[in-house]
Design a protein around this ligand. Structure first.
Ligand code: NDP
Length: 328
């Protein structure tokens, strides 16, 4: 049997290029489960891989795609049987191991999660890494004791994948959400997801002060960089910021002042190496909490041939919500 995939290779100049190729299944990497992929997701990290930045890929030629959902074709692992619906996110798949921009993937059974009955393979990729990460971030705010009614929650990068998912999940749990976006034209979409207020990026504009008046009890932050530093200065006493991403950079001019004067918490969220039980719990919660029909306005379907353009758009912060990929 052959499979069709978007192969990314590195040339002598060090630049990467991608093209769709059909290869024999024997070329797939080692693993104990062969999956027929229905849908892959497109994430910021995929944009980095297809653009050859960040040093995420170990070996070329490479097949990107950090998350996918489909059905088991063959398995030598007793936990999985042919026809079973599965989802994979993280574990460096799409970085160190060939990923989801393909009609087939051969992977380690430990990386898979059986899909809850309520979620189709398409819905699983509407959620994808972004949905799992948003759920983990929201869970972290809850475990830090932040309840609806304690104050407003800021979500940055709200027009992107993780941010838009976080807006919807927080709103469905009863939190008041301030959705921060650099794209004013997304205001109606973000309100439809449940944002109580849509704010511009100027709420986190640079200031030389070490503390500012407080505005939010918590935040889900997918942008990092200088805006994260400004956010920390505006978190109420005892509040928590779940740090997810780095769309605006990985560093800021840090001060301990907000931590020692207001007792705030900066909590890191890593969806990639989450253990199986935590993943199962998050997918189960998403299957009942997430509003798929409400979110559909944020979903765009593409094919393998569109991915190089999509990678440029995601790095430029131009993608609205989630892009899902049909590899057929
Ligand atoms: P998206 O590109 O979909 O979303 C990022 C959003 O950030 C953009 O849509 C834009 O939203 C905003 N943004 C972009 N550039 C800037 C900037 N310079 N300043 C302020 N805001 C900006 O990416 P994802 O949602 O897939 O991922 C978001 C981040 O989270 C990435 O850094 C990614 O690597 C990380 N991530 C981390 C995970 C983890 O396990 N920790 C898992 C998944 C993702 P708007 O236009 O609305 O302002």
């Amino acid at each position: 049997m052959s499979f069709r995939a978007l192969f990314t290779d590195k040339g002598a100049s060090g630049s990467v290029a991608s093209r769709i190729t059909e290869l024999d299944e024997a070329r797939l990497p080692e693993g104990n489960v062969l999956v027929g992929i229905d849908w892959a997701g497109f994430n910021y990290k995929d944009g980095m891989v297809l653009s050859g930045i960040g040093g995420l890929v170990r070996d070329y030629p490479h097949v990107g795609g950090v998350d996918f959902a489909g059905r088991v074709i063959e398995s030598t692992d007793g936990r999985y049987h042919p026809g079973q619906a599965v989802v994979l996110t993280g574990w460096r798949v799409g970085e160190w191991h060939w990923g989801g921009f393909s009609t087939r993937a051969r992977v380690n059974a430990d990386w898979l999660v059986p899909l809850p009955r309520e979620i189709s393979t398409r819905s699983a990729m509407v959620l994808g890494t972004a949905g799992l990460t948003a759920m983990l971030a929201v869970n972290r705010l809850k475990s830090e004791g932040i309840k609806p009614g304690d104050g407003d929650i800021l979500v940055t990068g709200a027009g992107g994948g993780v941010g838009s998912m976080a807006v919807l999940l927080l709103a469905r749990l009863g939190y008041k959400v301030h959705a921060m976006t650099g794209r004013a034209d997304l205001a109606d979409d973000l309100r439809a997801l449940g944002a109580t207020e849509v704010v511009g990026r100027e709420v986190l504009e640079p200031s030389s002060k070490k503390l500012l008046g407080t505005r939010w009890i918590g935040a889900v932050d997918s942008v990092g960089g200088a805006p994260l530093g400004e956010m920390l200065k505006q978190i109420h006493t005892g509040g928590c910021v779940a740090a997810v991403g780095l769309a605006a950079g990985d560093g800021w001019d840090a001060s301990v002042i907000p931590f020692i004067l207001r007792g705030i918490t900066l909590a890191g969220i890593d969806s990639v190496m989450q253990p199986f039980e935590a993943r199962m719990a998050a997918w189960d919660r998403l299957s009942t909490l997430f509003g798929f029909s409400v979110y559909e306005r944020m979903v765009r379907e593409v094919g393998l041939e569109d991915l190089v353009d999509v990678s440029r758009d995601i790095l430029a912060g131009k993608i609205k919500g989630r892009v899902i990929v049909s590899p057929k």
